[in-house]
Design a protein around this ligand. Structure first.
Ligand code: GTP
Ligand code: MG
Length: 344
């Protein structure tokens, strides 16, 4: 995109929430693909990253996001599993995130992993919005495919609108119990002081334009300075997963949140026993709009800038650990970088 500033990195958006509340479906809707189809309702076992470039954000948001008003390159979404046993994956996602979406099923309301996600967001101080999902399941709902909230509201009967409002205010009450002031997003002036609640349906796409608009606005208005990093500097990231990959041996899936990485770079990676120092053999990137765990969509790239999800193929990665830091050494002293990684 010609209007994007080359030194602004993509904000990382973590999607958190209770099991089956619709995190993956929501990302799938944004992505506009059908990755989830074969596994609808299945527990998300892996953390994945989805890069959505600004022009796609703008397209999905309809008239609500004017790409010429934004200079952030897009949004990088990290999906997390809601099943209770995956606390560390949620914590890792929360720690990496610049912003988060807390997905809450309007029928089911606050559940244990909703509360847990809120604790993680509190601890990390991550600003978030609430996607009140599955509004299409309100009895009597009149679905409006991919429509913004206002248009959808207008299409519902008074009774349906009232039922939805009751559910939304229940969520607002739950947030208040957790110490957060919140309101329906169109009433929120300052998204740092008040949590915006956005009614959405991952199934019909209703409210998704609003969600993307609020996220882009939040990122652009309040986080732009944090996104101004030296993208040409040595890359820094976090290992999400360690995976065996045919033809590449042991690889690491990494979220790169700072700088640049290239094949041939010396990298330091946190390991189970010893810190690993190795050389990047290949960078495997999912194509934009593809997801990291859709294995066959990788392409080799010569250079990658933050923020991105990337699979790194390199020798000696067997002992690498999920959650460990990854640092490109660049022109620094390798011992200094080892020390930095071991201190984390
Ligand atoms: P975990 O990853 O296991 O935590 O679940 P998740 O939060 O990713 O939920 P997922 O997207 O897998 O959706 C769970 C089920 O809810 C699936 O059967 C979806 O089709 C359904 N679902 C998700 N969003 C909506 C929605 O907006 N409306 C309706 N009617 N169903 C939805
Ligand atoms: Mg999921």
């Amino acid at each position: 995109n010609s209007s994007t500033n080359q030194n602004l990195r993509t904000p990382i958006v973590a999607v958190l929430g209770h099991v089956d509340h619709g995190k993956t479906s929501l990302l799938d809707k944004i992505r506009g693909s059908t990755v989830i189809e074969g596994e609808a309702g299945a527990i998300t076992q892996h953390i994945g990253a989805t890069a959505v470039p600004l022009d796609v954000v703008s397209q999905v948001a309809g008239g609500l996001v004017d790409p010429t008003e934004f200079d952030l390159p897009g949004l990088l979404f990290i999906d997390t599993p809601g099943h209770h046993s995956f606390t560390t994956l949620r914590a890792r996602g929360g720690a990496l995130a610049d912003i988060a979406i807390l997905v809450v099923d309007v029928n089911d309301g606050f559940q244990p992993q909703t509360e847990e996600a809120i604790r993680i967001l509190k601890e990390t101080g991550t600003p978030f919005v609430v996607a009140a999902n599955k509004i299409d399941t309100v009895p009597g709902w009149n679905p409006q495919e991919d429509a913004p909230v206002q248009q959808t509201y207008e299409a519902q009967s008074d009774r349906v609108r009232q039922s939805l409002d009751e559910e939304l205010y229940r969520i607002i009450g739950n947030l208040s119990d957790e110490g957060f002031s919140s309101d329906l997003y169109w009433r929120v002036q300052d998204f740092r002081a008040n949590i915006g609640v956005i009614p959405v349906s991952a199934k019909t796409g209703e409210g998704v334009p609003d969600l993307l608009t609020v996220l882009m606005g939040l990122a652009q208005r309040y986080m732009k300075e944090d996104m101004e990093i030296n993208l040409a500097g040595p890359g820094a990231g976090t290992v999400l997963e360690v995976k065996e990959e045919q033809g590449y041996g042991t690889t690491i899936d990494v979220i790169l949140y700072d700088g640049t990485i290239r094949p041939g770079d010396t990298v330091v990676v946190g390991g189970g026993n010893d810190t690993i120092v190795t050389e990047v053999r290949a960078l495997l990137k999912p194509k934009a709009l593809a997801e990291m765990r859709a294995e066959k969509r990788f392409e080799q790239v010569d250079e990658l800038r933050a923020a991105s999800g990337v699979k790194i193929a390199a020798p000696d990665l067997d002992d690498a650990m999920a959650g460990a830091p990854v640092r490109v050494v660049g022109d620094r002293d390798v011992d200094d970088v080892i020390e930095e990684v071991e201190a984390e």
